[in-house]
Design a protein around this ligand. Structure first.
Ligand code: NDP
Length: 480
């Protein structure tokens, strides 16, 4: 059985403990590889390597650093099919989605930041007749990057690309549930000639490896994407050490649909924004709010199209909904369906585990669920489920839709569907979410700030924000 290895100081190595964990294929419910059960010793080695390589990497001429990163992106493009297949097997997501979203975006992330670093500039301020100030921005040092399982290589590269482009060296931990593409990526880094120690990937459990990264005194900057509860724990550990933190956390995103929307476009995109990646995207809209005059028509058509989604073998190009990430996560999603029933919800379709015959008969598949009849305050409408489950609620007035939309602890993203431009802007300004899409969803320009308000996170990634995050500003004032 394939053994995944850590990538430390330029080499693929076994964990210090010599112990390995099982890695499962969720579509088959079967172990198919082994992953290092690393501990704080591996993190210490990785951090030492990252510290040693920092001076060389951060002072390397920018065009050389960029060229190495672009070479890595080219190798991702070369191995596009192989990486897409690996991502689909490791996560249970449809291979078609791994191609159109995950792997293409992983390459784009690296190209974007490799070239952005060439254009990144700092400021100068003139105080007429008195002084001139210039601000330098230098790489902070060793960055800790921790990423989740839902978009493994996509989110892994979204963190390490700006860190490396800014001149930091990195100790990274992918999710223990989805280590495979990060492992394949480490092989590409070696092939591309990334100097040893610049990127170190330590595989293993969150509360061992992740925690050791957060606690390490020589890692002053942490970029984390994952759940809000983990984020809170990380913040509590990092704050007394005065570490710089970026936290991209959970969401309970509203889709606000007005009666004057373009119905076909709204419907087609709302199905995607509800169920893409089995609903396991932090940006999925899980609360659909529909203006009452459109409500019945919307619900009827939405249910019809949800029932038409093909749930099946992720390797079949026709599949729209693959397997959930794990048995534990499937049970969590199913428990929320039960909760919705107890709270008075009506399950209009889906919400049950289904058996796929053949090779996937033991996989973790759940039919996409549409629920109505719940009020805004119930747990089903307040807590992140992170699966193929949406609720639909009617609203009468614009103000009511805004109140419902804002009335959760989260504030990651929201979508607004209307042909009334004034209303679109008005509503957008009143929503407490970091990302608003009007008449679209997941349309991403990598230059824009990305992140959540309230319990959806702290800080912003994307564009210059990420390069600023991984650098430290220093102002130099000269008397004229
Ligand atoms: P978790 O918070 O469970 O884990 C995220 C990462 O943190 C994993 O690598 C995990 O390792 C690691 N980890 C766990 N415990 C610790 C710890 N004590 N210290 C350091 N690291 C730790 O999230 P999930 O992987 O379950 O991902 C799903 C969540 O991520 C959802 O809430 C989703 O909304 C959010 N998310 C947010 C996004 C955003 O941009 N805002 C984007 C995508 C997802 P291990 O897997 O080994 O436990």
């Amino acid at each position: 059985m394939l053994k995944i290895l850590n990538y430390i100081d330029g080499e693929l190595v076994s964990p210090a403990s010599t112990l390995y964990l099982d890695n499962s294929n969720p579509a088959e419910g079967k172990v198919y590889s082994r992953i290092p059960d690393s501990n704080e010793q591996d993190v210490a080695r990785a951090t030492e390597a990252a510290k040693t390589s920092f001076t060389g990497w951060s002072s390397m001429p920018l065009d050389k650093r960029t060229a190495i990163l672009l070479k890595i992106a080219d190798l991702i493009d070369r191995d596009f099919e192989k990486l897409s297949l690996a991502e689909s097997i490791d996560t249970g997501k449809p291979v078609a989605l791994a191609k159109s979203m995950d792997i293409s975006r992983a390459s784009a992330n690296i190209k974007f930041y490799a070239t952005a670093a060439m254009h990144f500039a700092s400021e100068s301020h003139l105080m007429e007749g008195e002084s001139i100030n210039y601000t330098t921005r230098s790489a902070i040092g060793v960055a800790g990057c921790i990423s989740p399982w839902n978009l493994p290589l996509y989110l892994f590269t979204w963190k390490i690309a700006p860190a490396l482009a800014a001149g930091c060296t990195v100790v990274a931990k992918p999710s223990e549930l989805t280590p495979m593409t990060a492992f394949l990526f480490s092989q590409l880094c070696i092939e591309a000639g990334l100097p040893k120690g610049v990127l170190n990937i330590v595989h293993g459990l969150g509360d061992k490896v992740g925690q050791a990264i957060i606690e390490h005194p020589d890692i002053p900057v942490i970029s984390f994407t994952g759940g809000t509860i983990t984020g809170r724990k990380i913040a509590a550990t990092a704050a007394p050490m005065f570490k710089k933190l970026s936290l991209e956390l959970g969401g309970k995103n509203p889709n606000i649909i007005f009666a004057d929307c373009d119905f076909e476009q709204t419907m087609e995109t709302s199905i995607r924004s509800s169920f893409s990646n089995q609903g396991e995207i932090c940006l999925c809209g899980s609360r659909i709010l529909v203006e009452r005059s459109l409500y019945d028509r919307f619900v009827q058509e939405f249910v019809r199209r949800t029932q038409a989604l093909i749930v099946g073998d992720p390797l079949d190009e026709k599949t729209k909904i693959g397997a959930l990430i794990s048995e534990a996560h499937m049970n969590k999603v199913l428990s929320y369906i039960e909760l919705a029933k107890q709270e008075g919800g009506k399950i209009l379709c889906g919400g049950k585990q289904i058996k796929i015959s053949g090779r996937c008969e033991n996989g973790y598949f759940v039919e996409p669920a549409v629920i109505t009849g719940l009020n805004q305050n119930c747990r089903t409408n307040q807590e992140e489920i992170f699966g193929p489950v949406v609720t639909i609620m009617p609203f009468d007035k614009e103000e009511e839709a805004i109140t419902f939309a804002n009335d959760t602890a989260y504030g990651l993203s929201a979508t607004i569907w209307t042909e009334n431009l004034k209303r679109a802007h008005r509503v957008a300004h009143q929503l407490k979410s970091g990302i608003i899409w009007i008449n679209c969803w997941l349309l991403r320009d990598l230059r824009t700030p990305f992140g959540g308000m309230k319990q959806s996170g702290v800080g912003r990634e994307g564009g210059w924000e990420a390069l600023r995050f991984f650098t430290e500003a220093k102002n130099v004032c000269i008397r004229l």
